[in-house]
Design a protein around this ligand. Sequence first.
Ligand code: URA
Length: 250
Amino acid sequence: MLSKHATYNKRMRLQKFIAECGVASRRKAEELISAGRVKVNGATIREMGSVVDPMKDSVTVNGERLTSPSASEKIYIMLHKPKGYITSAKDQFGRPDVAALVADIPHRLNPVGRLDFDTSGLLLMTNDGDLTYKLTHPKYEVEKVYIARVKGTADEEAIGKLRTGIEIDGKVTAPAKAFIIKQQPGSTSIKITIHEGRNRQVRKMLEALGLPVITLKRIATGTLYLGDLESGKWRHLSKTEVRTLQKMYT
Ligand code: URA
């Protein structure tokens, strides 16, 4: 996906990278390259056409490693994950993963928690390990809000069970917030808020009540709301959104 928010290209000419790191002008960088004083991943480079990936390649000038000014920058992305993408990086079945949807960002971003292959909705991606820790550690009890459309008719008894806790995989879930938002012929839409992050938790809770999930979408995580972000698109979090998250979970 090409996003209007994209500001970087992953790969760039070696002399441009050296100049961006503030070591020398682009012209001077060319002289350094010709003089054999520049190495990329340990190999001396003398050709002017060389291209590097600032996030992956190790570039040294006179033996000193250069750091891209943007490498240490903290990036926070809200992605509207479509169904049909996996959240983890490696998949034995070769299914597409969410990294492909944020490929125009040069930073190595990690998803905060996971959404199933078939689940859509809000997925936060960042290179901020501290925030990832806080948003995923059980002690912070970060709320995640989902809209589930299930097969069948959910009654108040079923909703009550979601609210008190349901045994899945031998352990009772923490009380959830749950409301019926729409009753259609043959299906029910339920808004459910949980703060645990067990594997396929919402699906399993609903299945345990005889309500198999047709679609599942996450609409909020902590203080973040998906809003009208289109499926497959991403946006940077605002400074206020980042600050609010950091303050909430300290
Ligand atoms: N619960 C699920 O069952 N699936 C998800 O993707 C997230 C929460």
